[in-house]
Design a protein around this ligand. Structure first.
Ligand code: TPP
Length: 572
């Protein structure tokens, strides 16, 4: 066995990844992974991004895979380096993001004998990885070169499809780890024409040509997170418009636009009278379940409605077990079929639209001119161009985005780590998104989430990437004020809210980023045009009070629309 065998095999492996369509790989420094990272770096079709911190690296890869919609590779040395990939692998599994994780390992003779940096890496990520394989790269023969080409395709296609997710390939590597002679020609070049060793053909759509499906007049379309395919969001909005169905679309669905989109469903469905009046006969569900609790509760309680789930990934997003029909085919084809024979009832949509207008009016009046947390979400949705990407952190930013991002215009693309709802790795994810996106990328994040991944800021300078980070700094976890635990006094403050008093201007200076403090909407609008950190300071207690006032005002506006309220009110 020589380094030449290892490098021949890894060159063929990387060649196949590139032939399949892999464009980005993240590397981290180390000795044992030298053959892996050099083989990736020498493959001209793969762009490599170097990261010091493996946790940041894997989240960066996650962001790049979300933005690019195809697998991204990530490679590191053995030991705790590989263990640092776990949070991002878990998120990728739950959010169905394709990652090809390539860990270097000690060969068997160096395991469990006290050799350095040797831990048990076999199935290190447990069930979080879709597939695990231990890859021997000691002997390059024509047979093993064909095998490794097939293996690379299998890893890529397994990550990319049915449903997408992370795959883990572990490479025991023996010394010498560098070449001592030029690498010879590959005795098994890839397929002629540049295609991969194993092609994957798309299964044909299940929809019979010319077929139709009857739809009732009272229906709704519910669209949740679908971050990979922009065409699904477009098809969802088109189908809802044709059928005259209100569209309840989470911003992560890519479908929150068009004439039937209802921006404030989260408020409307909290009003029991309204929720009851608008019980539908059919619910067409696409993508994951939206974040909104009132919407989830409403769907769970719909007794008489037929619920159809378009579920190409077999993700089974139905915790209340109310879905009666699952369509595993291509959602675009199914939506087209569903909207072939529309029989819209304008009064049905009008009831939803009038309530939505009333609630939106109350929310916007209630927001006033102050630069509050929901006002920032609203303004970003209004101001960012359609070619921008808005990455939204977990906690209150994603909740504010769901209610306050507008629904009347094409939104920027909205992405968020909602597979496992962690606040970790968010900065690194957003830099990964920036690496694989064309337009500007803006991250909306709370101060605790920013502090958690502050090391991720290194990507700006080290990798030369532009990202605008809007941090809502309420000095702690504002979301916890909405929970009963907020009544627990000093212990709540110290152990749950966790104020830190960090000065983000100094973090910006350390990482060589521009820093702006925005106190007005105009200052925010100006600052988000440039990369760097834009800090908006808010107060956790005031934020809670504002959310309560806004909820009360919008609910009152919806209640005032109900037939009984109108009859009772002398002003009506
Ligand atoms: C990795 C991880 N640790 C802990 C949590 C629990 N958690 C949820 S929200 C939150 C606080 C977030 O605070 P911040 O980012 O400032 O946003 P805000 O609540 O102020 O909107 C925490 C710690 C989590 N979701 N993920």
């Amino acid at each position: 066995m020589t380094a030449t065998d290892t490098y021949l095999l890894l060159r063929a492996f990387c060649d196949e990844l590139a032939r399949c369509g892999l464009e980005h790989a993240c590397t981290s420094p180390g000795s044992r992974n030298t053959p892996l990272l050099l083989s990736l770096a020498r493959e001209p079709r793969i762009r490599t991004w170097s990261h010091i911190d493996e946790r940041c690296s894997a989240f960066f890869a996650l962001g790049a895979a979300k933005a690019g919609g195809r697998p991204v590779a990530v490679t590191c040395t053995s030991g705790t380096a590989a263990a640092n990939y776990l949070p991002a692998v878990v998120e990728a599994r739950h959010a169905r993001v394709p990652l090809v994780v390539l860990t270097a390992d000690r060969p068997p003779e160096l395991r469990e004998v006290g050799a350095g940096q040797a831990i048990d890496q076999v199935k290190l990520y447990g069930d979080a990885a879709k597939w695990f394989f231990e890859v021997g790269v000691d002997t390059a023969t024509p047979e093993s070169l064909r095998w490794i080409r097939q293996l690379a395709c299998r890893a890529y296609w397994t990550a990319a499809s049915g449903p997408p997710g992370p795959v883990h390939l572990n490479f025991p590597l023996r010394e010498p780890l560098v070449l001592d002679a030029p690498l010879p020609e590959d005795p098994v070049p890839g397929r002629p024409g540049g295609g991969p060793w194993v092609q994957r053909t798309q299964s044909p759509a299940w929809v019979a040509p010319g077929g139709t499906r009857a739809t009732p007049t009272r229906g709704v379309v519910v669209a949740g997170r679908e971050e990979r395919r922009a065409d699904i969001g477009v098809a969802v909005a088109r189908c809802a418009e044709r059928l005259g169905y209100p569209l309840l679309a989470d911003p992560l669905s890519g479908a929150r636009h068009g004439t039937t989109a209802i921006a404030t469903y989260d408020v409307l469905l909290r009003e029991p009278g309204f929720a009851q009046r608008v019980e539908p006969e059919l619910v067409i569900r696409v993508g994951d379940l939206p974040t909104s609790k009132p919407l989830r509760a409403w769907l769970a309680a719909l007794n008489g409605a037929e619920q159809l789930l378009l579920d190409p990934d077999a993700a089974w997003q139905d915790p209340a077990a109310v879905v009666g029909e699952v369509d595993p085919g291509d959602p675009v084809a199914a939506l087209e079929l569903l909207s072939r024979e529309p029989a819209p009832d304008p009064a049905w949509l009008a009831a939803w639209s009038a309530a939505d207008e009333a609630a939106q009016g109350a929310l916007i009046r209630g927001l006033g001119h102050a630069l509050s947390e929901p006002a920032v979400a609203r303004q970003l949705g209004e101001a960012l161009p359609a070619d921008a990407t808005l990455v939204v952190a977990s906690s209150m930013p994603i909740r504010d985005a769901e209610l306050y991002l507008p629904a009347h215009r094409p939104l920027p693309r909205v992405l968020s780590n909602r597979g496992a709802n962690g606040i970790d790795g968010t900065v690194s994810t957003a830099f990964g998104v920036a690496a694989a996106s064309r337009g500007p990328v803006v991250l909306l994040i709370g101060d605790v989430a920013l502090a958690h991944d502050i090391g991720g800021l290194i990507a700006a300078r080290q990798l030369g990437l532009d990202l605008t980070i809007v941090v809502l700094n309420n000095d702690g976890g504002g979301i916890f004020h909405f929970l009963a635990v907020s009544g627990e006094g000093a212990a709540f403050e110290e152990h749950v809210a966790t104020p830190h008093g960090l000065d983000f201007a100094k973090a910006a200076a350390l990482y060589g980023l521009a820093y702006t403090r925005a106190e007005t909407a105009a200052e925010l609008g100006e600052a988000v045009r440039r990369p760097g950190i834009v800090e908006v300071r808010t107060d956790r207690t005031e934020n809670l009070a504002l959310h309560r006032r806004l909820a009360d005002a919008s609910l009152a506006a919806v209640r005032a629309l109900s037939p009984t309220a109108r009859a009772a009110s002398p002003a009506a």
